[in-house]
Design a protein. Structure first.
Ligand code: NAI
Ligand code: MG
Length: 364
């Protein structure tokens, strides 16, 4: 059996700082659990622009296509704000998503008990929350044609088109049903079939795919009602599947139920490769955080949890992913806090690498 392969792209700002802690975690799994991962590292975003004049080289793109998984830190920063659109750091990220055809974006919203006080909602509403939003990522209104600003008579009109083919809905729905099978076998699909034809088709196709997953309890909800229910009693959900636009909003809202941006991982999955596992890129939800970059203040947990998702979804190491998540739960229960997690009085924040060390100690 060959080792699983991982391409690490630390990127800009706090990207390299949080990634350094992930590398220590990867080494721990190699040393202590005999889980050897073939890790390679390359540049993306502003870092790649500085070295090569482009935010992602063709060579890096080829590497990304050939590994089992990509783990990306963050891209961008004020230094690159005035660059031409075509070479902006974000273009590197978008190229990866597009060329790897990562159509399913998995955004967990998980509330660690020790941080339940952090939520803007009541503690009992969020404590123990563990839901997964699957957002369609490569189609819908952000890509549909026609689009643009046109002139009609004596005024301008801005146009975007919501467009979904049956196969686009089918593949993301299948992805969500597969996830539901591995979790609590509950899936809620959200659209606005009451006012949108694309929503009517969405509901029809998801229902049809559901016939292949009789064990999964499928429900449908209008996305606006879904938003209300997410704030009212989020624990009624397990897996939610929705389109690109609604998923953008719902996943951001759900994520904030649980506290800090420094805690949120994500996965973007594509079609199965020859080995049966999906093409995959994992990344924290946060950006390059230029306001704290270089100060050792960044919380590495979002990036470490993204690696845990890679263990689970790309390397078939669900038990090891559980182990890593339990270590993080332990560290938080022990009161270890980076600056972004401070709420209680009198707690001194730890640095990025101290948080990494605490995670390793908990793993031991
Ligand atoms: P941001 O996520 O970088 O930062 C927002 C706020 O959250 C800042 O106050 C930051 O200090 C804090 N924060 C974020 N991650 C943290 C962590 N791990 N630990 C502690 N605090 C953390 O978003 P912002 O400021 O809007 O964007 C900054 C740059 O990042 C921009 O150039 C933007 O384009 C880029 N960006 C990149 C993304 C990516 O690579 N996927 C996503 C979002 C923004
Ligand atoms: Mg968003």
């Amino acid at each position: 059996m060959t080792n699983p392969s991982l391409l690490i792209l630390p990127g800009d700002g706090i990207g390299p700082e949080v990634m350094a802690e992930v590398r220590r975690v990867i080494d721990w799994f190699g040393d202590k659990r005999g889980l050897t991962i073939d890790v390679s590292e390359d540049l993306v975003g502003g870092a790649a622009y500085d070295a090569h004049g482009v935010p992602l080289t063709d060579e890096t793109m080829e590497k990304a296509q050939s590994v089992d998984a990509v783990l990306l830190g963050a891209v961008g920063g004020p230094k690159y704000d005035d660059l031409d659109f075509s070479v902006k750091p974000e273009r590197g990220l978008l190229r990866l998503r597009k060329e790897m055809d990562l159509f399913a974006n998995l955004r967990p919203a998980q509330c660690f008990d020790a941080l339940a006080d952090f939520s803007s909602l009541k503690k009992d509403v969020v404590a123990g929350l563990d839901i997964m939003i699957v957002r369609e990522l490569t189609s819908g209104i952000y890509f549909g044609e026609p689009r643009g600003i046109f002139t009609e008579g004596n005024e301008r009109v801005g146009i975007n088109t919501q467009r979904y083919t049956e196969s686009e809905i089918d593949r993301v729905a299948r992805n969500a049903f597969e996830l539901a099978m591995k979790r609590s076998k509950k899936l809620c699909s959200m659209e606005k079939a009451n006012v949108m034809e694309s929503g009517i088709l969405w509901r029809e196709v998801v229902t049809k795919v559901g016939e292949d997953y009789p064990e999964v309890e499928l429900s449908h909800m209008y996305a606006d009602a879904g938003a209300m229910q997410l704030c009212r009693w989020p624990k009624q959900f397990d897996v939610i599947v929705t389109d690109n636009l609604f998923g953008d909003l719902l996943s951001d809202a759900a994520a904030m139920l649980t506290g800090s941006l420094g805690m949120l991982p994500s996965a973007s999955l594509g079609a199965p490769m020859a080995n049966g596992r999906p093409k995959a890129m994992y990344e924290p939800v946060h950006g390059s955080a230029p306001d704290i970059a270089g100060q050792g203040k960044a919380n590495p947990i979002a990036c470490v949890l993204s690696f845990a998702m890679a263990l689970r979804y790309s390397f078939d190491q669900g038990a090891e992913a559980d182990r890593l998540e339990a270590a993080i739960e332990q560290v938080l229960a022990d009161g270890v806090r980076t600056a972004d997690l401070l709420g209680e009085e009198g707690v001194t924040p730890v640095t990025t690498s101290e948080m990494g060390s605490a995670i390793l100690a908990a793993l031991d």
